[in-house]
Design a protein around this ligand. Structure first.
Ligand SMILES: [Zn+2]
Length: 122
């Protein structure tokens, strides 16, 4: 399996739909550019994600970031809870992703307050 990750500008000047800098292209030029980019290239890419501008300061600042060790501990704790949840189960389920509808009904039943909240949102 090969994975292709690519990025393209949304227009010739690169600022179409940008939140800070205006695009200098005409609508016709934007359309022409996007048609030129699409076709054979986009046809071969399965997932398309539009990524908005990210401030350099946010990426390079001295924010306190969660360490990989901390993330690993959270993931491991979640896995331990899942393993405990399914430990008395006769099936081969080891994590939430393995559950089918019947197991979701068995283990994922909403508490009364959650059910009321869920119904009121729809
Ligand atoms: Zn532009």
């Amino acid at each position: 399996m090969n994975i292709l990750i690519d990025s393209v500008y949304p227009c010739s000047c690169g600022y179409y739909s940008d939140s800070l800098k205006p695009c200098t292209c005409t609508p016709a030029l934007v359309t022409k550019y996007q048609k030129w980019i699409s076709g054979p290239l986009l046809y071969r890419i399965d997932i398309h994600i539009e990524v908005p501008r990210v401030d350099y300061e946010k990426l390079s600042g001295d924010r306190v970031r969660e360490t990989s060790e901390s993330i690993r501990a959270r993931v491991q704790a979640a896995r331990d809870r899942q393993r405990n949840r399914f430990s008395n189960n006769e099936s081969s389920i080891v994590c939430n992703a393995d559950m089918r509808v019947g197991k979701i009904r068995q283990f994922g039943r909403l508490q009364a307050e959650g059910g009321v909240l869920s119904v009121s949102k729809h």
